[in-house]
Structure formats: structure tokens, C-alpha cells
Design a protein around this ligand. Structure first.
Ligand code: NAD
Ligand code: MG
Length: 395
């Protein structure tokens, strides 16, 4: 074993962030060793990754898929294991230094917690895990001695604008400004939003991403989740996290300091930049992303968020002010609503109805949240409520 080599696990390696991570890793074979991969679907894609990167282990959700994967692996020594506990074991294994959390949704929370408790370098793309885990997630990072590195481009931008010593952050930050592209419907008349199809909603103007986050970008629920994520990552009161629409996605976010100085991170919209920063931190290495050509930029513009077009954004601050667990409720409702919209069971504008209705019904009567088990139970309760609302809307 070479101690200068970073031994890496990628949770959700076949997704958009997962494949971009492997693209960066392949550029630096001397720096990274892929120890483990995981995927939920697309065993053919996972098999191809195993052939190229030769991980010790690959995790899949069912025995059926394990059999498919083993059949595709012929000759590759990767051990194929099954189930949610296997994901946690892989994320906490002693031969692993870094974990890229690139699963979509609350399903990523248990392996993130396992990596945090085991003191890994945790590269967090899976924002839903932090939105659900909230204070308990941050506590696990602290107690486990883990290093939490944001991969979401906005949070990576903020992180890149701050000094290494976290103890100085509270003193120097007045507030932060998360930029949002506004997605595909930034200029669409609010009263025409109900006709939007899944195909239109996933066609993001600036970023190529998984289907769930693409729908979240179209509703701006993605930004709502990012406000919650930022509150925890940078330990800020909710009011000190602000959002502005910046359609070009060149400024990835900004820190407004106490002295009114503004620090920003800029670049082409390519997830390999924040991914590479997480992988190489505190160094900087080649990401493969195209350089920003300032002479080709026509303008950098900014707009307020129209609350009629994007009513979901406000739910972030509402959920943060509501009792602990409310952000887990919001996330669960949204996951169910987005899945129902992608299945054409509800309309685009119903996503907000489900989310707001589920928070309103559950948030005022939440019990104490003392462990991750409470949060997972709450996640299930919120999903049951949201599914009922979806059935009502679909009828
Ligand atoms: P994706 O849908 O492209 O990929 C998701 C991956 O997770 C796949 O490998 C899939 O097999 C796996 N997966 C899905 N459901 C699972 C489950 N229940 N259990 C275990 N594995 C499961 O998603 P993505 O766009 O790569 O996004 C991943 C995460 O990163 C999301 O939380 C998203 O919000 C965040 N993120 C993505 C981008 C982006 O550019 N795509 C940018 C910022 C943040
Ligand atoms: Mg983002």
C-alpha cells in the first residue's frame, strides 16, 4: 500500500456525480485507488466501472442484481455484496480514506453517517442526507473526527472562499449568497406552470444532472435544500443564507464579509471542478473542466426569485424555523412528489402542494428527535402522508 494514495469509495457511482468523479479519478491514477463502488440500477454500467477501476467490493440493492452483476464481471475479482448495511460497512471500512456520497435522496443518510462516525474524509454531494440528518449529521462528523467537504457547487464555492480555520468563520461572515440558475422556467408565466411535462422539467439550461435534482432545479426546491444544507455546513442562522438568481451559472456563490467585502468563486458550470476540489483538498489538481473565457461572457446578471413562480424556496426557511425534524419531513415529501411527477401521476405545480401540505400537517406535532432512528421513522411517516396527498391529487 502506498500511503500517498487516497483510497476511495463512491456511493452511487453510476449517477451523474459518480461518473464525473470517476472521470477525475481516471486523470490521476497515481493519486487515487478505487476501493468500492455502488449502484442501485444499471448493472451494465457498474460492471464496466468495475472492469476499469478494479474495486475490492461493489454494493447492489438485491440478490437478483448481484447475480446479474456477477454474470457481467467474468474474470474481475470484485466481491459483489448486497443491501443497505453493506453500503454502511463499505463506507466505514478500515481500508478506505475517502467516501464520495453521490447517492440521491435520504437513502444516502445511513452510509454517510457510517462514514462520518468512522472519521473518513466525506465528500458530500448527497444534500438530502444532510437535510434529513441536520444537527445529528454534524454531530457525527464532529464526534467521528471526519472531514466534511462540500461537493454541491454552491457550497464548494463558499468553502473555497473561506479560510481553513473553521473557528474564524462565524466572526468573518455577514451572510452568504447562494446563486441559482432559475432553471428552465425562469421566465415562464406562473399561470402556465401546471402544463409542464417531465421532459421539459429535466432539460436544465446549464447543468447535466440526474432526473431528481433536475426537477428540483425546475421548482427551485433544489435551492431550498441547498439553503438548509448551507445552514448546517457553515453553521449559520437561516436568515444569513440568501439566494439570488444568476442565469449564467458562472459565479457559483458568494460570501459577504463583515466589512462588506464580497468573495466569490467563478468557473464554467462543470461539476468536475467542485468534485476535484473535494478529492484534492487542500491541493488543486487538473479537473478536466474547460477554462472560463472572460471575453466570451456577454454579462453576469442577477434577479430576485419570484415567489409566485417558485413558491417552494420559502419552505427552506419555514422548515428551518419549525421544530427539529421538519427539514426531514420536507425532504421526504419532496422525494415522493418528484417521483410521482416523473411518473406522470401529478402535475408539476402539485409538487409544491404536496410539500407545503405535508409540512403543515406534520411539523406542528413532531416528537423529540434524539437519534437517526427517529429521523428515519419521521421520513417514513412523511412519505406516507405525502403518498396520501398524491393519491388525492391524482384521483
Ligand atoms: P443520479 O440519479 O444521476 O445518480 C444517483 C446514484 O445513486 C446512482 O448511482 C443510483 O444507482 C444510486 N441510487 C439511487 N437511488 C438509490 C438508493 N435508494 N440506494 C442506493 N443507491 C441509490 O443523481 P446525481 O445527479 O448524480 O445526484 C446525486 C446527488 O448529488 C444528489 O443528492 C444530488 O442532489 C447531488 N448533486 C448532484 C449534482 C449534479 O450535477 N448531478 C450537483 C450537485 C449536487
Ligand atoms: Mg447545487
Amino acid at each position: 500500500m502506498n500511503p500517498s494514495v487516497q483510497r476511495l469509495v463512491i456511493l452511487g457511482s453510476t449517477g451523474s456525480v459518480g461518473t464525473s468523479t470517476l472521470d477525475v479519478v481516471a486523470r490521476h491514477p497515481e493519486r487515487f485507488e478505487v476501493v468500492g463502488l455502488s449502484a442501485f440500477q444499471r448493472m451494465d454500467a457498474l460492471a464496466a466501472q468495475c472492469r476499469q477501476f478494479r474495486p475490492r467490493v461493489a454494493v447492489v440493492p438485491t440478490e437478483e442484481r448481484a447475480a446479474v452483476l456477477r454474470g457481467l464481471l467474468d474474470g474481475v475479482a470484485t466481491e459483489v455484496v448486497v443491501g443497505a448495511q453493506a453500503l454502511c460497512d463499505m463506507a466505514a471500512a478500515s481500508d478506505v480514506d475517502s467516501v464520495m456520497a453521490a447517492i440521491v435522496g435520504a437513502a444516502g443518510l445511513p452510509p454517510c453517517m457510517a462514514a462520518a462516525r468512522a472519521g473518513k474524509r466525506l465528500l458530500l454531494a448527497n444534500k438530502e442526507a444532510l437535510v434529513v440528518g441536520a444537527g445529528l449529521f454534524m454531530q457525527a462528523v464532529e464526534e467521528g473526527g471526519a472531514t466534511l467537504l462540500p461537493i454541491d457547487s454552491e457550497h464548494s464555492a463558499i468553502f473555497q472562499c473561506l479560510p481553513e480555520d473553521r473557528g474564524t468563520w462565524a466572526q468573518r461572515i455577514d451572510h452568504i449568497v447562494l446563486t441559482a440558475s432559475g432553471g428552465p422556467f425562469r421566465q415562464r408565466a406562473p399561470d402556465s406552470l401546471h402544463d409542464i411535462t417531465p421532459e421539459q422539467a429535466v432539460a436544465h439550461p446549464n447543468w447535466v444532472m440526474g432526473r431528481k435534482i433536475s426537477v428540483d432545479s425546475a421548482t427551485m426546491m433544489n435551492k431550498a435544500l441547498e439553503v438548509i444544507e448551507a445552514r448546517w455546513l457553515f453553521s449559520l442562522e437561516p436568515e444569513r443564507v440568501q439566494v439570488v438568481i444568476h442565469p449564467q451559472s458562472i459565479i457559483h456563490s458568494m460570501v459577504v464579509c463583515r466589512d462588506a467585502s464580497v468573495l466569490a468563486q467563478l468557473g464554467t458550470p462543470d461539476m468536475r471542478v467542485p468534485i476535484t476540489y473535494g478529492l484534492s483538498y487542500p491541493e488543486r489538481i487538473e479537473s478536466g473542466a474547460p477554462r472560463l473565457d472572460f471575453l466570451q461572457l456577454s454579462a453576469l446578471s442577477f434577479e430576485p426569485v419570484d415567489p409566485l413562480r417558485f413558491p417552494g424556496l420559502q419552505l427552506a426557511w419555514e422548515a428551518l424555523r419549525a421544530p427539529a425534524g421538519s427539514t426531514a419531513v420536507l425532504n421526504a415529501a419532496n422525494e415522493e412528489a418528484v417521483a410521482a411527477f416523473l411518473d406522470r401521476r401529478i402535475r408539476f405545480t402539485d409538487i409544491h402542494r404536496v410539500n407545503a401540505g405535508t409540512i403543515e400537517a406534520l411539523a406542528p406535532r413532531l416528537g423529540p428527535v434524539t437519534g437517526i432512528g427517529d429521523l428515519l421513522a419521521l421520513d417514513e411517516r412523511a412519505r406516507t402522508h405525502a403518498r396520501g396527498a398524491i393519491q388525492g391529487l391524482a384521483a
